[in-house]
Design a protein around this ligand. Sequence first.
Ligand SMILES: [Zn+2]
Length: 127
Amino acid sequence: MEFPTINGESDPYFDRRECRVCGSKGLHEPNSFAYVSAGTMTKLDSRASAPALDQDSFFEVGWHGAHSDLDGTGERPDTGGHLDIVKDGPGSQFAIYFCSTRCMRQFFNDCVDALEARIKNPFDRDL
Ligand SMILES: [Zn+2]
């Protein structure tokens, strides 16, 4: 799995209607699918909101190790890192589509695996 899975306006999996986990075709309407979506909205008035089109979105998972100089405790003290899942998503919103919740679950497992690899090798930016 390559990360970020969405970088700027590019989402080749969505363009091909392909599940980014298992590669099945025909993803999206009119077929069944699972998705993760997030973003921000600009409040127009008390009853209406609109996408904040002048803003970009991001989605990341990360690790913040304990501060050993402050007697913090926890795994991997004095380390840190993050994994970009979505970077510079245009229009303040994004959606990531999957053919099934099974593939969605595998995707998040892959995200955590990639984050753990990054924490173990913080200077290898190709992970
Ligand atoms: Zn799939």
